[in-house]
Write a protein that binds this ligand. Structure first.
Ligand code: G1P
Length: 300
């Protein structure tokens, strides 16, 4: 039997400016915006942890210190919660940093695109290693019936060695916001990618299947990122490097149509929808949200 593929490391590109949430994101990273009581970046770390990953690598930039502080001990606060008997809160606080994990930070001096952010971590990943990438502002809501997305992707890479990218159906007029994929249907929500294109105009899009922010990539990608020319928006694009690898038949690339509900928390509407949908899954908040909608004077 061939050896199973283990994914040990996850990259979190968090150097972007978050301009759509200014002034809230002037001094606070957009990845620290909370959905109820946890920041977006923590949900992404928890998803990676559930998938068996224990090394979390953050590609940060200016004004991103809050992320490092969030994944560090806060001894004074812990002592205070302990002294006042707030044990539930103390446990929640400690759970932000799983003790068997490593948190590593590297800095991208200028945000020059997702591909460039990933390239910043080249020295931390070996050329024959698989690794995950999670974009924290793509927030995934998994209800109890749905398997954790990155966990599913780790099983997929074991069945289909090569790279795996998460996707979902979108309206064609939104193709200019996403990497778009097309290829051969393999069943079980999987597609063998033949074409990936970054942010095409709707008329040029190969399909309505869009890439969303979860990837299992391979160390060979770095060679392709290294030589990549600026693409869409003048940035070094991850999608272009993946397209190049498909074209050169370096390894298969499998697209997974995710089962989780996904929200674009880079947009105000997506962020609000994520917050309300998460609250509706929480028994302590659900009734209050439904009452708000039913009795809202603006709506009624
Ligand atoms: C990035 C990727 C794009 C992908 C998207 C998912 O774009 O370049 O291919 O579809 O994330 O959120 P961005 O949203 O950073 O412009």
């Amino acid at each position: 039997m061939s050896q199973s593929i283990v994914v040990k490391k996850a990259l979190f590109p968090v150097a972007g400016f978050g301009t759509r949430f200014l002034p809230a994101t002037k001094a606070t990273p957009k990845e620290m915006l909370p959905i109820i009581d946890k920041p977006l970046v923590q949900y992404a770390v928890e998803e990676a942890y559930l998938a068996g990953i224990r090394e979390f690598i953050f590609i940060t930039g200016r004004s991103k210190r809050a992320i490092e502080d969030h994944f560090d001990d806060q001894l004074e606060l812990e002592l205070e919660l302990d002294r006042t008997g707030k044990i539930d809160l103390l446990e929640k606080l400690r759970a932000t940093i799983p003790k068997d994990s490593h948190f590593i930070y590297t800095r991208q001096s200028k945000p020059k695109g997702l591909g460039d952010a990933i390239l910043t971590a080249r020295a931390l990943i070996s050329p024959d290693e698989y690794f995950a990438v999670l974009l924290a502002d793509d927030y995934l809501l998994h209800n109890k019936r749905i398997q954790n997305t990155l966990t599913s992707m780790v099983s997929i890479v074991n069945d289909h060695p090569g790279m795996v990218i998460a996707t979902e159906q979108i309206a064609i007029e939104d193709s200019r916001k996403y990497g778009m994929v097309s290829g051969k249907n393999l069943g079980d929500r999987l597609l063998n990618c033949e074409l990936v294109v970054e942010k095409p105009e709707p008329k040029d899009s190969p399909s309505t299947q869009a890439i969303i922010g979860r990837y299992i990539l391979h160390g060979k990608l770095f060679e392709f990122l290294q030589g990549a020319k600026p693409g869409s928006q003048g940035e070094i694009q991850l999608t272009d490097a993946i397209a190049h690898m498909i074209q050169k038949k370096v390894m298969p690339v499998t697209a997974f149509d995710i089962a989780a509900q996904r929200f674009d928390c880079g947009s105000k509407l997506g962020y609000l929808q994520a917050t309300f949908s998460t609250a509706l899954e929480d028994p302590s908040l659900k009734a209050g949200i439904i009452a708000l909608i039913n009795n809202n004077k603006v709506l009624n």
